[in-house]
Design a protein around this ligand. Sequence first.
Ligand code: PA5
Length: 463
Amino acid sequence: MSSPTIDFANAVAGVVPGTGIDPDRLHGDLAARFRDAHAAVTARRRAGEMGFFALPADRDLTVRTGAVAATVAPRFESLVVIGIGGSALGTAALRDALLPPAWNELDAASRGGRPRLHLMDNPDPDSVAALLGRLNPARTCFNVVSKSGSTAETMAHLLVAWTWVESSLGPGGPRERFVVTTSPGRGPLRKLAEDHGLLALDVPDAVGGRFSVLSPAALFPAAVTGIDTGAVLAGAAEAAARCSTPELLRNSAGVLATLLHVADTEMGCPVHVFMPYADRLRGLAYWIQQLWAESLGKAVDREGRPVESGPTPLPSFGAADQHSVLQLLMEGPRDKIVVFLGREVPERDVGIPERFAEEPALACLGGHTLFDLLDAERRATAEAMRREGRPNLTVMTERLDAHAVGSLLMLFQIAVVYAGELYGVNPLDQPGVELGKKLTFGLMGRDGYPRPEAPRSDSRWRV
Ligand code: PA5
């Protein structure tokens, strides 16, 4: 069982030339500031506002999720998760990290008889038509995930999929093939489930979309595909326990939040680059991006005053992006701090054969493994950035197993709510996405919703 560690030497003054945090401050003003943030988070948690903390211990929810998954898994060859944003990114993070690579290309025996897993998030007709064209309606289960139960993209996909099943299998077809995951007791999706007798799972009221990865929103698809959800929750519970102390240097989520907040507000680094050196952490990087963006990108603080600063999260992927983005990170504007993510031990490795010894560029690689190379690139990039005065942190787990992934998910969720307090903003809301949603409904003809103003003829430019 491995828990994440954070190495922040490359963000410390005197280590990273020309910038960095005075380490004494981690015992002084930053420790005091974190104690206040910790107290505020604890108060909101006790007031029942931060339901994600309680998910690992919610036994009823876990048992129900496992029971529904057990009825679904053997009956279908495909599971399609219909959801978007926080109702899709957690599933993608768990899929990438914990299912064997190219899961959907494996045959049924190699998948242990469990379904393939597809995501329907973006309402792009090319992708949706192509996906449905590949699926067998009789052998496909749709899991419609929406906390509100009314998100336009998700509802549109529900209508398309429902009608697709019905037109092939008749009016009784959808009832056996749709499972909904939504708020308990309210919303259009809940009503649809009740009216049609669908299996339904709850996203608890106090759990927001981007904080729902440890709820049935992502754990149901994970359980159906055979991910060890118990180990994910155990890792999350352990991380929550470790990140519960108000002592900054003993709280890894507090350290992460504090360092990234200082990087933005004092070191001129508002761009937070999350850069895994593991293909299996791709989904996690996009999940972190949403968590950071929606939680911390706010126009006003908790007192309603305009906010002048705030981070911009950017996923990047090592080692491939060393050949695309690294030039910018090394020599572009000094407005970035990189958070490298990696693991100490790979689950599998590939040896590099010793061949063509006369060619030095090839000879030095032979006898090593691909993980040796990937890990050397991570360490070399962190060191190269340090030498150039580019601050960076490294979050490592020993292995990338279900326990460690659960720990990472909880670590970043706790870090973002601490960061919300440090910035003075509410990390739990997302008022900035509401207007666009309303205008979309207006354009789609929904009564009572505003329509975008017609473009002024003199402001319309085309080339
Ligand atoms: O984090 C959030 O709240 C959002 O990203 C939501 O997850 C997203 O808008 C989808 O909302 P819903 O789950 O209500 O369909």
